[in-house]
Ligand binder design. Structure first.
Ligand code: SAH
Length: 494
């Protein structure tokens, strides 16, 4: 799970008009009061207490209500709840608050199944039942399109959820630390350097949880030292366990701060004895201070170099560092939506921009004439080429570069894609890419997005450039979190 502090909500928007002028007689020494005796939104300070009715779920999973027309973001509050909140932050466009008391509780509220949900922060909406989560995600999308486009109507298809929205994450990447004698493995609590052990995390695949537990035990038995940022002593920084979809095979990687992994021979022996599902034990060395999890050097201590994976007919051989989708079951649903949106007949030139390890392009290649992928990270481009080979795809080429540079260059040289697929990071597409798409007039444009706000903003550019939105298909890739993925089909109108 991304442990970055969620971006501060930027929902100044429509509802953030200045509060009504105060009647002169309604003022007292404490500040500006309105007729009803409630402070105006402008005079609210951090520490004040206010009562808010929650209207919807915001993009980071918080409850959003209004205090005298100013948006208030209340962490942990649900739609239709009335909460007494303490104001924690005041900005010109919005307030943030913390719940003091829930005066009216939502029937959607449940006891979060995870005992450390409120400490961890990896999930944001475990306190809502799953149907309500799905509904909230659809609302988040609708709200974003209302805010950032001029559309009057929009077809949002029912979100594709999971039958069992637990145990879906196929990879754990956990920092290692110690609490007394116990080795702990987990995530840093939101915005802190305090490590929280997440044993038995309910969204993690159970096999991954089992492996992590046993690895902690073995590290304790052998007294293998964890790395300490503070003293710069010790070895193991992070353990990464990834389970394959078929057969439950596990790739296990120890990321160490030095070349030395003490007692690695006995470590390997004990892992092999106790965990037959582990097929690779690797060490990755990350000496520097960079915030990246993996370092450049990986050695296989025992077992196979790569984990075999597949999505539909596309095959992957994953080295420990290689990216792979965290929720393969839902990824297949997403890619099926992409394929439907692309509407391929076999004659098309498809551009897969932000292609990563080539997954979407390889999914589409059997139905297209040619696929050209564009990806910034050189290793991912190499992986994409390997994946094409192992999947027997010979009509896909992968190019290293920036989508906003390469596509405009191609278009300038006369390349005219029939379908463009984009799957950008949360920041969305750069303007030169959108302009190049508008200029080259592909019949279909498929926008895969993990951020409804940048999706809607970019769609507005395409709408002004001669496209219309046929449909938006949300997919719940990360149940229990506020993340939502969408596949949007835009078609050319002129
Ligand atoms: N489509 C892929 C990966 C999507 S993640 C999949 O489904 O697996 C977004 C990808 O965009 C990342 O691999 C990232 O490295 C890449 N990226 C980020 N900025 C880019 C840019 N300006 N041009 C091309 N690729 C970029």
């Amino acid at each position: 799970m991304s442990r970055n502090k969620p971006a501060q909500p930027k929902e100044k928007g429509r509802n953030a008009k200045p509060a009504a002028k105060t009647h002169p007689k309604a003022q007292d020494r404490k500040g500006t009061f309105n007729k009803a005796g409630q402070p105006s939104a402008e005079s609210i300070k951090a520490g004040d207490r206010i009562v808010v009715t929650i209207k919807r779920i915001g993009i980071n999973g918080e409850g959003v209500g209004y205090y005298r027309k100013k948006a208030v973001f209340v962490h942990g509050a649900l739609p239709d709840e009335v909460v007494k909140a303490m104001v924690t932050r005041t900005e010109p466009g919005y307030l943030t608050g913390e719940i003091i008391e829930i005066e009216k509780k939502s029937p959607q509220r449940i006891e979060p199944p995870c005992p450390i949900y409120y400490k961890c922060g990896g999930c944001q909406i475990q306190h809502m039942n799953y149907d309500a989560q799905l509904q909230a995600k659809e609302e988040i999308i609708r709200e974003s399109f209302q805010r950032y486009t001029k559309l009057e109507t929009l077809l949002i298809r029912p979100i594709l959820g999971m039958d069992n929205p637990w145990g879906y994450r196929n990879k754990a990447q956990l920092q290692v630390g110690r609490e007394g004698k116990d080795v702990i493995a987990g995530l840093y609590a939101m915005g802190t350097h305090r490590l929280i052990d997440i044993s038995g995390c309910p969204i993690q695949h159970p096999v991954v949880n089992r492996v992590i537990e046993q690895v902690k035990e073995i590290m304790e038995e052998l007294d293998i030292p964890e790395y300490s940022e503070r003293t710069r002593q010790g070895s193991v920084r992070t353990i990464v366990a990834r389970v394959g979809q078929t057969g439950g095979k596990v790739q296990l990687t120890f990321i160490t701060a030095t070349d030395r992994l003490p007692d690695s021979r006995r470590l390997v022996e004990k892992i092999r004895e106790r965990m037959p599902m582990v097929i690779t034990i690797a060490q990755n060395i990350h000496k520097g201070k960079s915030p990246l999890v993996f370092g450049n050097k990986t050695v296989t201590l025992w077992g196979e170099e790569q984990l075999e994976e597949s999505l539909g007919d596309v095959r992957f051989a994953l080295s420990p560092r290689a990216f792979f989708q965290l929720n393969p079951e839902q990824t297949v649903k997403l890619y099926n939506a992409v394929q439907e949106a692309a509407g391929l007949t076999g004659s098309e030139l498809v551009v897969d921009a932000y292609c990563g390890t080539g997954t979407i392009g390889l999914w589409l290649a059997p139905h297209a004439h040619e696929v050209r992928g564009i990806e910034l990270i050189p290793e991912a481009v190499l992986d994409a080429r390997d994946n094409a080979k192992s999947s027997g795809v010979d009509n896909a080429r992968f190019y290293e570069g920036r989508a906003e540079q390469l596509l405009p260059e191609w278009v300038q040289r006369g390349v005219r894609p029939d379908v463009v697929v984009v799957d950008p990071p949360r920041t969305g597409c750069e303007r030169p890419l959108l302009d190049a798409i508008v200029q080259s007039k592909p019949k279909r444009m498929v926008y895969v997005s993990c951020n409804p706000a940048t999706l809607a903003k970019d769609c507005q550019v395409l709408l002004s450039g001669g496209y219309k939105i046929e449909w938006v298909q949300p997919v719940d890739m990360f149940p229990q979190t506020s993340h939502v993925e969408c596949c949007t089909l835009l078609v050319r109108t002129q």
